[in-house]
Structures are given as structure tokens and as C-alpha cells.
Design a protein around this ligand. Structure first.
Ligand SMILES: [Zn+2]
Length: 119
């Protein structure tokens, strides 16, 4: 079981990461907006702008997904279910949480989850 002190540390890590991600997402959005406001009169410019756009969007998607997971983890800290695997309800090891503080599954379930076909 995680001590109150450990929980507080994870909460801090998650809050920091959340701030960072929120900032990144906001920056990326304003960058995409400014890109769209530029008149593109050359086909090559347009192609490179679109591929940049695509990469930005993929990164932004990835970051908003992570942000969602972090928010879930923060809720769990508050209702004291943090660090418990969503699948088997066993405790997730602290070593794993240190690597991935918003982990939802223990290592065993994570492997099962990754091997199972995605819906
Ligand atoms: Zn599990």
C-alpha cells in the first residue's frame, strides 16, 4: 500500500505533467491556428504545411490521451483507489508507478491488454 507521503509525491508528479501537457496542447493549437491563417499559394508549401499539421495533430492526440489518463489518475488519488490495477484489482508496484505514474494496469494485465485485439 502506498503511504500518504508517496501518494502526495505521485500527485505532485501528475500535477506537473498535467500542467506541462496542457501548455503543450495549447501551444500546438495556437500554432496550428496560425499556420492556417497563412495564405498558401504554392503547392509545395501546402504539402509541407499539411504534413507538419499531420505530425502536430498526432502529437496533440497522443498528448491529450495522456492528459486524460493523468486526470483519471488524479481522481483516483482523491478517492484512494490510486495504484490499484483496473483489471485484477491488485496493487500496481511502486517501481512501475515511478516509471508511469498514470498506469491503470499492473504489468501482468498490461501485457494481456496489449496482446488482446483492440476494439
Ligand atoms: Zn492487474
Amino acid at each position: 500500500v502506498l503511504s500518504a507521503e508517496e501518494l502526495r509525491q505521485f500527485e505532485e508528479i501528475l500535477e506537473d505533467r498535467k500542467k506541462q501537457l496542457t501548455k503543450n496542447i495549447n501551444d500546438a493549437n495556437s500554432e496550428i491556428d496560425s499556420l492556417h491563417s497563412i495564405e498558401l499559394n504554392d503547392e509545395a508549401d501546402f504539402a509541407s504545411a499539411s504534413s507538419d499539421d499531420f505530425t502536430d495533430k498526432a502529437i496533440a492526440d497522443q498528448q491529450s490521451r495522456e492528459l486524460g489518463e493523468i486526470e483519471e489518475a488524479l481522481v483516483k488519488i482523491k478517492d484512494k483507489s490510486y495504484g490499484i490495477c483496473d483489471m485484477c484489482e491488485e496493487e500496481i508496484s511502486i517501481e512501475r508507478l515511478k516509471v508511469k505514474p498514470f498506469a491503470k494496469f499492473c504489468i501482468t494485465c498490461r501485457e494481456i491488454y496489449e496482446k488482446s485485439p483492440k476494439k
